[in-house]
Design a protein around this ligand. Structure first.
Ligand code: ZN
Length: 486
């Protein structure tokens, strides 16, 4: 594929800035004859030095961006937006109102985590004073503060699903349901040229059909170009109904032996999904009525956003709420607020369900629940999300006999149950079906996946003559020149 370094006023070009051949730091730049549109600006995750360098290095001038199109509220898609304001961005961020409300919580939390890390590093540097200087950790401040995060959210301009909106002289955006998380969108980007309109579909991240609470992903028609994620380009998920069955069996089994069920869960979407399933199981009397605690202040705030954005959810949820059965508020469910209440659950010996963050067991209140419960075989750790390598969550999934928590060793005797059916991402078959439903188009760019996952999808798309392409990071491709037709 040809590279085009110099901008020409007659071309439409797409540059893949991040989230290519990897899954973090999603960001892409569309340059048209009259504007520059940034699509997502996610945080790249890496070790501190790399984290700071990658997230503050831009191959474009943030001040020249005409508009930002934001797909959804996951940090790897929205987490670098406040940084861009530090570097001169003054454009508006177009997204749905649910994504804006979720970003308010997610970006403020991301800022707090960075500010905390900065304070920790300052403390280490203080203790190291007087020692060999080059051994001292090199650090800079957080990418942004909580205040800056909230100020950035003030620049968000919400659009409804299906509302076609002109965001610059020659570009219109339309957001549609992505079926991935609350408010998530696939985005139709139309570039209006003199002789033709170029239609680009952006489906990163793409959800699945029949996820609890959400509508199915929207299929694009008449595209020139599709940009598609490939997180699970080479894998298949367990069918969604299996999640509810496994949840029911694990709860019933644990209560029968008078144990507790500890569920490490991400604050956004996964917590609400599990709570939703538990509410259904209770209604069906499929599980005994025991106390259920959501022990995460962030999850409680995010659940509040869900309550306010029911209009983004599917008919089942709307009907439930119309009948006064909120899936987020029911009798044995309680949202724990203070630290004291969280700790007091350790002294309560009744069978109960505790959902707590963090999702991969690396920090947060789930740590003290694990510490207090994993040594006893009557308890269960229920894993409902992805656990990355080298996390406590992964060690639990691997059923290591001894695990370290807060620097001390504990025997893992609790039952470990893993539910793989809850992913919010399309799997390999879903991605192929989606691309086929959107076709014909000229090309499909495969992004947002680890290399072998993207390659596996690429091979499959080749077999089906879908004309796939795997861009490199920072590669720029020409989509059209003024005068291009057909
Ligand atoms: Zn996502």
């Amino acid at each position: 594929m040809k590279k085009h370094k110099q901008a020409s006023s007659r071309q439409v070009k797409l540059q893949f800035l991040g989230g290519v051949r990897t899954v973090t730091g999603s960001s892409h730049l569309l340059t048209t004859p009259k504007s520059q549109i940034l699509i997502d600006a996610g945080l790249f995750y890496g070790h501190r030095e790399e984290f700071y360098r990658v997230n503050t290095t831009f191959s474009y001038h943030p001040s020249k961006i005409s508009a930002v199109a934001l797909s959804h509220a996951h940090i790897d898609h929205c987490g670098n937006i406040p940084t861009l304001f530090r570097y001169g961005l003054h454009a508006k961020i177009y997204t749905t109102s649910a994504t804006r409300d979720l970003c308010k919580q997610m970006l403020a939390d991301s800022a707090r985590v960075q500010e905390e890390d900065f304070r920790y590093l300052k403390k280490i540097a203080h203790h190291m004073r007087g020692q060999v200087r080059r051994d001292a950790p090199r650090f800079r401040g957080p990418l942004y503060t909580e205040r800056e995060a909230l100020r950035a959210v003030g620049r968000f301009r919400p659009l409804h699903y299906g509302q076609r909106f002109k965001v610059s002289h020659d570009v219109t955006l339309t957001f549609f349901d992505a079926g991935h998380i609350l408010g998530a969108s696939v985005i139709l980007i139309e570039v209006h040229m003199q002789h033709k309109t170029i239609r680009i579909g952006y489906a990163v991240d793409l959800g699945r059909k029949d996820l609890p609470m959400l509508n199915d992903p929207t299929v694009f028609r008449d595209l020139d170009t599709l940009i598609l994620e490939s997180t699970y380009g080479g894998r298949m998920h367990a069918p969604i109904p299996e999640a509810k069955e496994k949840l029911r069996d694990a709860i019933t089994r644990t209560v029968a032996r008078r144990g507790k069920i500890i569920i490490p869960a991400f604050a956004l979407e996964r917590t609400q999904e599990v709570v939703y399933y538990i509410s259904e199981l209770l209604k069906e009397k499929a599980i005994p009525e025991i106390p259920i605690y959501v022990d995460s202040p962030l999850a409680a705030k995010i659940t509040e956003v869900f309550r306010r954005n029911v209009h983004y959810m599917n008919h089942e949820v709307k009907n439930m709420i119309r009948r006064d059965h909120s899936p987020f508020d029911f009798a044995p469910l309680r949202y724990v607020q203070g630290q004291e209440e969280s700790k007091s659950l350790n002294n309560d010996k009744r069978p109960m369900i505790i959902l707590a963050g963090s999702g991969m067991c690396e920090a947060g209140r789930v740590l003290h629940h694990l510490k207090n419960n994993i040594t006893e075989s009557r308890n269960t750790v229920l894993v409902v999300g992805y656990m990355a390598k080298n996390t406590l969550g992964k060690r639990i999934v691997d059923r290591e006999r001894i695990v370290r928590i807060y620097g001390l060793e504990y025997e893992l005797n609790a039952e470990v149950v893993v539910i793989n059916a809850l992913s919010g991402h399309a799997d390999a078959n879903d991605l192929l079906r989606y691309a086929q439903e959107c076709s014909p188009f000229k090309r499909v760019f495969l992004v947002h996946g680890d290399e072998e996952q993207t390659k596996s999808l690429y091979d499959r798309f080749q077999e089906h003559q879908l004309n796939p392409y795997m861009p490199q990071k920072d590669e720029e491709v020409l989509l059209c020149e003024e005068g291009c037709r057909g």
